[in-house]
Design a protein around this ligand. Sequence first.
Ligand code: SAH
Length: 399
Amino acid sequence: MTESHPTLHLRSGREYTIRRGHPWVFSGAFRELPQDIPPGAVADVVSSSGEWIARGHVNVRNSLAFRVLTLDPDETIDTPFYARRIARALALRALLPASVNAYRLVNAEADYLPGLIVDRYDRWLSVQFHTAGADRDRPHILAALEQVVRPDGILARDDIKARAREGLALGGASLAAGTVPETLTIIEHDVHYLVDPWHGQKTGFFLDQRDKRALIGDAALHAHSLLNTFSYSGGFALAALARNPALHTVNVDSSDAALDLARRNYALNSHDPAAHEFTASDVNRFLQQCAHEGRAFDVVIVDPPAFAKNLSMKDRALRGYETLNAHAARTVAPNGLLLTCSCSGGVNAADFENAVQLGVSRATRSAQLLATFGPSIDHPTLPGFAEDRYLKALLLRLS
Ligand code: SAH
C-alpha cells in the first residue's frame, strides 16, 4: 500500500457481497462511519476480523455509503488507475460495428468506475459525475480521458439530479477540455442524428436504445405505418425509415424542441418532414384520440421517461404503465407490433411485464412476447447487481 486511507470496519459477515462482486455497501453494514471523512474520499474497508477487503469511495452523508473501486490492496487511485479502467472500457466498445460512432464509453459501476458516466459522440466526450467520489477525482478522470481517448473536447454535464443525493451542487454544462460544438452529427448504423451535447436530454441522445432501434429497423420492414410516442429526436422512426423509406411515420412528444430536432433529423437523412407527422401532445391524450378515431398503426413504440426512479414510487408507476400500455394497445393494428419500454429503476422486469400484460388485456387484445431486452455492449451491468437494471423493453405482437 503506497498511501494511507481511512479504514472502515464492516460488521461480521458483511464482506460477503463485495467478494461476490457487488459494488455497493450501505451504511448499516459498517460498525461505525467516522463523520469527519470528507464526502468522496478514498477509504479502505476491512472485515470484522481486520482483513483487508476493498478500496473505494466513501460518502457518509449517503446511506449508500461505499462504492468499490478495487479489490487489489496494491492499487493506488490516481490518474494511471483511471487510465487503465478507461482503456479497458474502450476495448469493450471496440466490439461495436464501425457504423456506430456514438456510444456509452464508461457505464459507471459496471465498468468498475462507480458514479462515472462517459458518453462518446464521435470526437467529443460528455461526462457526468454522479457521486461525491467521482466528483472529487474529476482532475484524475479528465486527465485519464485525455490520455486514453484524445478527444477534440470534453463537456462536463453537472445538471443531473442524482448529484443532489450525494450533496453535490447542480450546475449546467461546462467545457472541461478542448472545444465542443453546439450541434454535432453522429452516425448509428445507416442513420445520421443531430445531437445538442450542451442542452440535449441526458447527454444529448438516448444511446441506451441503439439495439432496440436496430431491431425496429428490421421489424418495420414490411409495415406501412409507425407511431413513435415519446419520440424525442425521432430515433425509432428514423431507424425504421432507413430500411423502409415508404413508411408513414408519426412522432409524438410534449417537447417542441425535441420535435424540431426530429424534423431536422428527417431532412438530414433525406426524408421529407412534410410527408410525416410531428405532433406536440401528451402521449396518453394522443393515444386516446387515436382510439376514438379508430386510427391504428402497424408498429407502435412506447418509450416514456422514468415513472419511478426508486422503489417508493413503484405502485403508482405500475398503474401508469398499465394505463399507458392499454391506450397504446388500442392503436396497434391487428397483428401489429408494440415495442414498450420502461427506464424506471424502481420497477423490475417481472413487474413491468405484468403491468404491460394487464394493459393489453384491458384493451381486449392478446399478445405474443417476441423479444425482451436488457443490457447491451456499451451499457454493461454486473451479474447480481439488480439495482442497475433500469432499462427494460418488450417487443409484442398483438392479436
Ligand atoms: N425514444 C427516444 C427517447 C425518449 S425520451 C429515443 O430513442 O431517442 C422521453 C421523451 O418523452 C422526451 O423527449 C420527453 O420530452 C417526452 N415526454 C415526457 N413526458 C411526456 C408526455 N406526457 N407526453 C409526451 N411526451 C412526453
